[in-house]
Design a protein around this ligand. Structure first.
Ligand code: SF4
Ligand code: SF4
Length: 339
C-alpha cells in the first residue's frame, strides 16, 4: 500500500475525526509526540522524539479515581480512559518497548486496567528508521530500524511517499478504512532498498552480560559508574521501558482523588522508608539498581531485557553517562562511545 506525502495531512485529519491522534510535533530543537487536531501539525522529519510516547498509555501524572465522603458513605468514580487512539509515526524501538511494558502491567499477579484499556484501544502506526542516530543500538537489543514487533502498520519513507505494510489485523482494518491504494513494483523496490541501506552503526556486545550481572552485585565496579551522576533521573524519565511510579492521594475536605505519578529509582526518596532508613544509601546503589533492573531482574522475571537501544538516556544525560560504556565495562571489554 502507499500514502503520498502530500496526502498525509488530509489522511491524519480524517483519522482525527474518529481517534485521538498522536504524532511527532516539532518543539524548538526537539520532537515530541503530541495530540494533533489537524494533520499539518505533524512533522515526520525527525530521528526520534526527545521523550518516548509511553506517556500516552502510561501518563506522567494520572488520576486513577476520585472519591467523596458524605454522611451516607463514600462514593468512588474510576477514571479509566476508553478513548480510541492512534500513535502515528511511532519508531520500531518505541513500539517494542510497549511489548516489554505489557509484562509489567499485565501478568499473572497484576492487571492494570488503566494501562490495559488504553493499550487495547490504541493503534500503532510505525515509521521505519531509514537513517538511525549515532546513539541508536536497537540491533543489539533484539530490534532493528525496520522491526515490526508490536506494530499494526509500518510506513517506509521512499521520498515522495510512504510504502505501508500491514502487520496486524488492526492495521489491515485501518488501512481498509483509509482506502489506501496499492504500491507499485518500483515503490516496493524503493522500500526494500531503504531497508537494505539503513545502518545502525553502534553495536553493544551483550554476550555474557546477564551471567556477569548474576554474580557482580558487590563488585567494586559499581563505585565508579555513579561518580559523575547527578541523580537527575533524565535517563529514566526519557526511557521508553522505565515504568516506576508512586501513588498519592490529593484531598481537600471530603473530596479527593488518587493519582499515579512517574517516579525514578535514581531519586534517593524513591526507597526512603517511613522509619528514615534508606536501603539505597548512595548513588552507587541507585545506579546499580537501574542497570540490574534492565539487564538482570527484568530478564529473570520476564525473559527479556528492558532496553530497546533507543539511546535517549545517552543523549539526555547532562554528564554524558553512557549506558553502552557501562555495559562494556561490566563485561570487561573495551568501552566505546559514538555520541
Ligand atoms: S536504557 Fe537507554 S537506550 Fe535503553 S531503552 Fe532506556 S533510554 Fe533507551
Ligand atoms: S541522566 Fe545521567 S546524571 Fe541524570 S540520573 Fe541518569 S545517569 Fe545520572
Amino acid at each position: 500500500m502507499i500514502i503520498a506525502k502530500n496526502a498525509l495531512p488530509g489522511l491524519l485529519d480524517k483519522l482525527a475525526a474518529e481517534y485521538e491522534v498522536y504524532a511527532p510535533v516539532k518543539q524548538g530543537a526537539y520532537s515530541l509526540y503530541k495530540q494533533i487536531c489537524n494533520g499539518a501539525e505533524a512533522d515526520f522529519g525527525y530521528v526520534n522524539s526527545k521523550i518516548p510516547p509511553k506517556g500516552i498509555l502510561f501518563p506522567q501524572s494520572e488520576k486513577l479515581y476520585s472519591y467523596s465522603v458524605t454522611g451516607e458513605g463514600t462514593s468512588l468514580e474510576e477514571c479509566v480512559d476508553t478513548r480510541k487512539k492512534v500513535i502515528f509515526g511511532i519508531r520500531p524501538c518505541d513500539a517494542k518497548s510497549l511489548l516489554l511494558m505489557d509484562n509489567v502491567f499485565n501478568n499473572d499477579k497484576f492487571q492494570d486496567p488503566y494501562y490495559l484499556t488504553r493499550r487495547s484501544n490504541t493503534i500503532l502506526v510505525g515509521m521505519a528508521c531509514n537513517d538511525p542516530a549515532g546513539t541508536c543500538f536497537c540491533t543489539s537489543m533484539d530490534g532493528g530500524p525496520f522491526d515490526q514487533s508490536g506494530l499494526d502498520l509500518l510506513l517506509t519513507d521512499i521520498g515522495e511517499a510512504y510504502v505501508v505494510e500491514a502487520v496486524s489485523q488492526k492495521g489491515k482494518d485501518l488501512a481498509a478504512a483509509l482506502a489506501l491504494g496499492a504500491a507499485d513494483d518500483s515503490q516496493k523496490a524503493a522500500a526494500a532498498e531503504a531497508r537494505e541501506s539503513a545502518e545502525v552503526a553502534c553495536a553493544v556486545n551483550t554476550v555474557g552480560l546477564k551471567a556477569r550481572l548474576d554474580v557482580n552485585f558487590y563488585d567494586p565496579i559499581w563505585e565508579k559508574f555513579h561518580e559523575k551522576c547527578l541523580g537527575c533521573a533524565a535517563c529514566t524519565y526519557s526511557c521508553p521501558t522505565c515504568h516506576c511510579f508512586d501513588i498519592v492521594d490529593e484531598a481537600k475536605d471530603c473530596n479527593g482523588c488518587r493519582v499515579r505519578n512517574w517516579d525514578s529509582c535514581m531519586f534517593p526518596l524513591f526507597t526512603l522508608h517511613g522509619s528514615g532508613h534508606n536501603p539505597r544509601t548512595s548513588g552507587k546503589e541507585r545506579m546499580r539498581q537501574r542497570i540490574m533492573h534492565k539487564f538482570k531482574y527484568f530478564v529473570d522475571n520476564f525473559n527479556a531485557t528492558a532496553c530497546v537501544g533507543c539511546g535517549r538516556c545517552i543523549k539526555n544525560c547532562p554528564v554524558n553517562l553512557d549506558v553502552r560504556e557501562v555495559l562494556a565495562d561490566i563485561r570487561g571489554s573495551e568501552a566505546r562511545s559514538d555520541k
